[in-house]
Design a protein around this ligand. Sequence first.
Ligand code: ATP
Ligand code: MG
Length: 222
Amino acid sequence: MGARRIGLQGGSFDPVHFGHLRAAEEVRERAGLDEVWLVPARVSPFKLRAGTSPGEDRLRMIELAIEGAPALRACTVELEREGPSFTVDTVAELTRRHPDADFTLILGLDAFRDVHGWHRSTDLLSSCDLAVTSRPPDRVAEGPGALASLGLPIAVQEAFWYDDIQACHRHRSGRRLDFHPLTALDISSTTIRRLVREGRSIRFLTERAVADWIAARGLYRD
Ligand code: ATP
Ligand code: MG
């Protein structure tokens, strides 16, 4: 039996929305992953000052959203430890806890553009495969030119090469980098928070149970 292949989708999920969920579902299917775990950050290294909603609310909204989707799971590993939540630590901790699993980090293109500046990025890119998805308004391509077309710094491009045989990019470490052009859903948590603050509808941007939770808890109203 081969390793269980698990996708990890990190973020602040404040709140989770159909952009996150559809990306998780499509990458799972396209990459043949057994499961995708959604990993809410305790404190995102990028949002230290912004004031994120309590972890319990963000976790609960994920659980409500994925009810009835057996291959999606909420993972509390980052909520369990003190922030900031560095992804390299998360992958290491999950690899320790689940030695039978092989992890693929799922990143929207906006996040991938920054990944080389993340804490211990070379260690991170050596510890898991990468699945990079479209993030409206930007779309990813597939094939040998997919990475070059993103206009990343040369040093970053040189950290990867194209494997003709497997038809994927690879990091120097040998780890895979695959691009997934997905159904483009131009939804962000920022937009949802703003709509709620303005008293407007968020219906059809996220699961109904999530919208109900936001209303019941009075989230994002300031
Ligand atoms: P915020 O507006 O607060 O930054 P967000 O909607 O960008 O929230 P995050 O929690 O920051 O969501 O994103 C976590 C991950 O999900 C990132 O890898 C991001 O690229 C991806 N993601 C978020 N929204 C989408 C979307 N609409 N389509 C594809 N990927 C998305
Ligand atoms: Mg974001």
